[in-house]
Write a protein that binds this ligand. Structure first.
Ligand code: ADP
Length: 501
């Protein structure tokens, strides 16, 4: 455990001293498991091993689900007053804040997020938990107008056991966004984090217990997607499965649900978010900063990354020149240095994936305006910003989620054309529109098929991330509301109760 107040930290020394506990967290303690196989989590900046974790499977998932069910049935959490849950969730936020440095270091070591960004991320995690705590006691039920001799209520109750399967791109942050709304309304949870980065999520289990959240309410089981993930998704006693990850896995989860107990699904399966630029934007320098920021943040490994630049033909050359100038200045660096803002890709798999997309795009005739390939003989996964011009919207790089710092530039003449390209993928997660024309802004807010549309005109003033409210992915980006009160409601079910004299 890192000293919370020790400053300045030599992160290399702290990293060398890390001895993470890799055992699953079930029923309020670390459990010894009898599994013969282990999987390696690897530091993508060096190719070295961070930890070897147990390949938990059906037996461990089943033990965790049974424990979660028993905790739910005990009523110690599910039947407690929302006010009490609010207090304990706030205590959980305080625990997270007190251990933010250790959580940040674990994420940096396992998936390469620069330490400064990871520390910022943990502040966000703390704020998110505090915000959800405040919502826990504000879900108001309904009284339905009816015959005066009857009282008809619609009440909301927790489902029971929620399974959560999470990705590696913001390990602790997405872990918290998936489990917190479920816990806040009284469910018990079994979390299976990504095999690329599980350690911060395993620590979250301990921090929840330290905050007074009863044993068995939050359980965390490490394992491979094809084993522990499948076991959780096919379990007959999991009521809801919440997932963030790839579209391919999301599709499988729908099948597993049908093949098992028809568990409810909340799925966030990625995007191909357009950044649409109209020629009335004056500040092209500020805009280029925003566009490069939108594709380089977290090395482009963000489901809402602005991976398609749709720019009006009349300003395309001017804007692209500015984008290239800025993107060229972004070089990947050591994630353990506090001055690094751009780290490696998270894994070798991700590295190969990006390399294949880039090779495929060149073969399909896109013009490589900026080549981000870097030497990686030592097993590291560094890749710099990459920009393609002459991209036709039917090309794979314009259609598929790459999850890397690869920007595709597409041009348009008319608003209709821009909308058709923006809506022309299987995804519909987020979109950004840059225009100062209010009428156009209103039209596009309606016409763009995405769960969150952000519209702005002055890049220097920044934009509010529309996904900070409640939002619901369109099309194959997923299903179910995430965020805000709507996000909490998704983890409750409605019951109609009638009293008749
Ligand atoms: P990515 O390509 O971003 O790693 P995945 O969808 O493969 O996305 O992984 C996201 C999460 O889904 C991880 O926790 C992974 O272990 C899990 N997962 C992968 N395949 C399956 C599967 N068939 N069933 C259940 N979970 C899975």
């Amino acid at each position: 455990m890192l000293e919370p107040e020790s400053t300045p930290t030599d992160w290399h020394v702290a990293a060398a001293a890390l001895r993470p506990d890799v055992r699953p967290w079930i029923g309020g303690s670390r459990i010894e498991v009898d599994v013969s196989r282990r999987f390696r989590s690897e530091n993508p900046a060096t190719g070295t091993t961070v930890a070897e974790l147990p390949c938990c499977g059906e037996a461990e998932i089943d033990a965790a689900v049974r424990t979660a069910r028993a905790a739910f049935d005990s009523g110690e959490w599910s039947q407690t007053s929302p006010r009490d849950r609010n207090r304990k969730v706030r205590a959980f936020a305080a625990q997270i804040r007190s251990q933010a440095r250790e959580l940040a270091l674990l994420d940096t070591m396992e998936m390469g997020m620069p330490i400064a960004n990871a520390l910022g991320d943990m502040q966000e995690v703390g704020s998110q938990v505090e915000a959800i705590a405040e919502m826990a006691d504000k879900l108001i039920d309904e009284v339905i107008p009816n015959d005066p001799s009857a009282l008809l209520l619609n009440v909301r109750e927790p489902h029971g056991v929620v399974g959560a399967i999470t990705p590696w791109n913001f390990p602790a942050y997405i872990g918290i966004s998936k489990i917190m709304p479920a816990l806040a309304v009284g469910n018990s949870v079994v979390l299976k984090p990504s095999e690329i980065a599980s350690l911060s999520c395993l620590r979250l289990g301990e921090l929840a217990a330290a905050a007074g959240i009863p044993d068995g309410v939050l359980n965390v089981v490490p394992g491979l997607g094809g084993e522990a993930g499948v076991a959780l998704a096919r379990h007959m006693d999991v009521d809801v499965l919440t997932f963030t990850g790839s579209t391919a896995t999301g599709r499988r989860l729908l099948e597993y649900s049908g093949q098992s107990n028809m568990k409810r699904l909340i799925l966030e399966c990625g995007g191909k978010s357009p950044q649409i630029v109209f020629p009335d934007i004056v500040d092209l320098d500020g805009l280029a900063d925003a566009i490069v920021g939108g594709i380089t943040f977290n090395t482009g490994q963000v489901c809402v990354a602005g991976s398609r630049l749709l720019v009006h033909r009349s300003i395309a050359d001017e804007l692209v020149a500015r984008v290239l100038e800025r993107a060229r200045a972004v070089e990947p660096g050591d994630p353990l240095s506090e001055s690094t803002g751009f780290g490696p890709l998270a894994s070798r798999v991700q590295f190969e994936r990006v390399r294949n997309y880039v090779a495929g795009a060149t073969a399909q005739g896109a013009e490589l305006l900026l080549d981000g390939a870097r030497q990686s003989a030592d097993g590291s996964c560094f890749w710099a910003p990459t920009v393609f011009g002459q991209v036709d919207h039917t090309m794979r790089i314009a259609q598929e989620e790459i999850f890397g710092p690869v920007l595709s530039v597409l041009t348009f003449e008319t608003e209709d054309e821009a909308v058709a390209i923006a809506n022309g993928t299987i995804y519909g997660l987020t979109a950004t529109v840059w225009t100062a024309d209010l009428s156009r802004a209103l039209r596009l807010a309606r016409r763009i098929s995405a769960g969150a549309v952000t519209i702005g005109s002055d890049p220097k003033r920044g934009l509010v991330d529309a996904t900070t409210g409640a939002f619901e992915p369109h099309r194959q980006s997923g299903m179910g509301v995430e965020g805000g009160m709507g996000g909490l409601r998704g983890f409750t079910r409605l019951k109609s109760v009638t009293f008749k004299s």
